[in-house]
Design a protein. Structure first.
Length: 97
C-alpha cells in the first residue's frame, strides 16, 4: 500500500469513529420518527385502503403497482415481499406477461 492509500485509510477511520461516537438528541430522534410516521400514514391513506396481512393482500396490489398508482411506501413493500415470496413473485410475473 502506498502513502496515499495509508492517508485515505486513516481519514476513513477517523470519519467512521466520528460517526460511531456521535451522540444524537433523543428529542431529535422522536421528531424524525414522527415525521416519517406522518409521511407514511399520508401515503398509505392515499393508496388502496387496508392493512397488508397476507400474500392475497400483496397480490391485490399488483394491478395498481403495474399501473404506477401505488405510493412509494407500498411499492417498496410489494417489491421487497415479492423478492422473498415465491408465490407473490410468480403472481407478479404472470401479471406482467
Amino acid at each position: 500500500m502506498d502513502r496515499n492509500d495509508d492517508r485515505l485509510e486513516r481519514q476513513l477511520d477517523r470519519a467512521i469513529d466520528g460517526i460511531r461516537n456521535e451522540t444524537v438528541d433523543p428529542a431529535a430522534v422522536d421528531q424524525a420518527a414522527a415525521r416519517v410516521w406522518d409521511r407514511l400514514s399520508v401515503e398509505l391513506d392515499a393508496d388502496v385502503p387496508g392493512t397488508i396481512r397476507s400474500c392475497a393482500d400483496y397480490q391485490a396490489l399488483i394491478p395498481a403497482y403495474l399501473q404506477g398508482e401505488l405510493a412509494q411506501a407500498r411499492t417498496l413493500l410489494l417489491e421487497d415481499h415479492s423478492r422473498e415470496c415465491i408465490p407473490c413473485r410468480r403472481a407478479l410475473a404472470a401479471a406482467c406477461a
